[in-house]
Write a new protein. Sequence first.
Length: 471
Amino acid sequence: MKRQVICIIAEGSYPYVVGGVSSWIHQLIKGHPEKDFKILSILPSEKDSAEIRYELPENLLEIKTTYLADVYEHKINKKEFMKYDVRERELVSGFINMELSGDTEEALKLLSDRMKSSVFDFTTSDFFWDKICLKYQNEYSEKEFNNFYWSYKSVFMFLMNILQNEIPEADLYHAVSTGYAGMVGTLAKLKYDKPYYLTEHGVYAREREEDIIKSHWVRDEFKKIWIDYFYFLSKIAYKYSDKIISLFKYNSQLQISLGASENKTLVISNGVDIERLSAIKKVETGKFIMGSVLRIVPIKDIKMMIKAFKIVTNKIKNTELYLIGPYEEDPDYYEECKELIEDLKLNSRVIFTGKVDIREYLGRLDIFLLSSISEGQPLSILEAMSAKLPVIATDVGDCRGILTSHREIGNAGIIVPPTAYTKMASEIIALYNNKSRLKLLGDRGYEIVDKHYRMDNFLSIYTKLYEEGWG
């Protein structure tokens, strides 16, 4: 009997980057041994390519990696840069202006067709030049043209490069974000007439907007180009997807506010293997140990956690902080964290474990911390709760929902504002001084996961969805 083949489209994650989204993909594949999977992984550039960080499941048939910034093939025709007729140019014009219309479907197919134009030919054509100049005159005439031109050109070079790369054949396409992954999913649906599902762990366009506002790689006056672009891509992904999935209700409502059709949206919470994690035995260390499972990257705001820990050490003498997870992804930030630890004289008390089996460390912890400035629905919190650890987390993503919204059980942790390291420190100290509450929060956390976030429930819902797309 033919097995269903599902192509998961991932941007900047599996199998090259560890973390929540990658772990989620890995769980999904391993949890469906009766189906076959392919991965289309999108990375910034081939020079940024990394080693595969997971032991690949047997039912993962293929990994295809494409790169945003690497132009693979130029088809230069010196007499005619593009082979679009008058009507096709009109269709593509709307897309260049980031206008979502009934013609978007045809425009996408045209941009992906190498026989019509290559990435290089398109972005160096008189047609593209004229469109950009008109956009500049209408909206940016008081700004510097050169920077405007390169910003707008980069947008379409990246997009066309992704669209013009081969998409693996599959029975169903499942993108794990909007953005470039969502565009590939949309194109696969349009070209091959196959179902296309979209799962957003955060809301991609909102996250990119935050990143761009804080960034230094694009000048302030042209940040709007990139922000508008990612919202445009999200609208396309929402329009053509058959299922639009979020991890919690608030994000589902955000998707609808940004153009997702309400009758296509649904919420599927994360799930964890509670039996595997609840079997972890508490290790008596004679110390009061706090820690986190995370990547050492800026979005996790490890510096906040370190600063909070410094305050804690002034009140609790026999204490340590475990930072459990890989530190290779952002070497500069890792060095900054080490320098902060050195400045605060915490070298002997803060332990970077690198990538490890978290079960070897969760049993040593007394409190689990999360200090991120942005999250979706963190698997790390659910894993800690499965091990009966109380949690202190910043008020991002669904952390508040996980820890405080299950009123029939009660709170399983404490929420603090992002960057508020003094507040986090005071809550740690308060829990240290209240051992009965420490245990109560841990017990409640286990109960919440057992009732609402089990792996088998998560997998069974996706099995049903995949079967609907297969039928």
